[in-house]
Design a protein around this ligand. Structure first.
Ligand code: ATP
Ligand code: MG
Length: 250
């Protein structure tokens, strides 16, 4: 079972879009068994997969705060399984402030659950909070979505720093790849930043570039992945390609 966290503390860089569509590509095209864990109080990944975040019996908050077994919180969406999130996750940093093994809660819950999936994909919140720390401790690889805009690299040093520090708790933690999202090839700035990312991340930068596409932005409002919403769109083709790259990684 491979675990991948989709993380970047910068907001709105397409973490959720990438988590949902990479997970869906793996399930629908790759025919893999996939679990998506939503680790953001916004619950956007949960909603994007057609689930009503306010009608969930359990969320990942129950796992982290009340020791509810992870398997009990799994719900089935169309093509993959989901551990959902909603506002119950807000304020979790305060609740976990005095918990000694707080960074290990998700890792332990996953271990105890003895899951039978090919891939577990985790959608992180736009912060380096205890939730994101839990994801980074529980995962092996991290995929970082980045928008090719000014300030793109700002803050990335903090994420890389956090990843390096957490290798003390989780020696297997590594940056699996960096993916350029919402790319507009006509913009000179995007081209410049893209070149800068290639320079900075080298081999870690995925060749696949996710183009700006209105279809990708529309799909969540129908509770569908891009493959169910419009499988011939350029966004669908791009996330299919990204899946191939991810599957091809050693
Ligand atoms: N390739 C794309 N083309 C056009 N719109 C996109 C694309 N990818 C994402 N979006 C839109 O951009 C917005 C931000 O994307 P998303 O929610 O995936 O980012 P995020 O990093 O998860 O945000 P947050 O930090 O709030 O969790 C959303 O409205 C989404 O639909
Ligand atoms: Mg998000």
């Amino acid at each position: 079972m491979e675990i991948i966290a989709i993380a970047n503390q910068k907001g709105g860089v397409a973490k959720t879009t990438t988590a949902v569509n990479l997970a869906s590509a793996l399930a629908l095209i790759g025919k893999k068994r996939v679990l998506l864990i939503d680790l953001d109080a916004q619950g956007n990944a949960t909603t994007s997969l057609g689930l009503d975040k306010n009608e969930l019996d359990y969320t990942v908050a129950d796992v982290l705060l009340d020791d509810v077994p992870l398997v009990k919180t799994i719900v089935a969406s169309q093509h993959l399984d989901v551990v959902g999130a909603n506002r119950d996750l807000a304020g979790i940093d305060v609740s976990l402030a005095d918990v000694a093994n707080a960074p290990l809660l998700l890792k332990n819950a996953l271990k105890n659950a003895k899951l039978d999936y090919d891939y577990v994909i985790m959608d992180c919140a736009p912060s380096l909070s205890m939730l994101t720390v839990n994801a980074l401790v529980a995962t092996d690889g991290v995929i970082i979505p980045m928008q090719c805009e000014y300030f793109a690299l700002e803050g990335i040093a903090d994420l890389i720093d956090t990843i390096e520090k957490l290798t003390q708790i989780n020696p297997k933690l590594y940056i699996r790849g960096v993916v350029r999202t919402m790319y507009d090839g006509r913009s000179t700035l995007a081209q410049d930043v893209s070149a800068e990312l290639a320079n900075y991340f080298g081999e870690k930068l995925y060749k696949t570039v996710i183009p700006r596409s209105i279809r990708l932005a529309e799909a969540p409002s129908f509770g569908k992945s891009i493959f169910e919403y419009e499988k011939s769109s350029k966004g669908a083709i791009a996330y299919h390609q990204l899946m191939n790259e991810v599957l091809g990684q050693p």
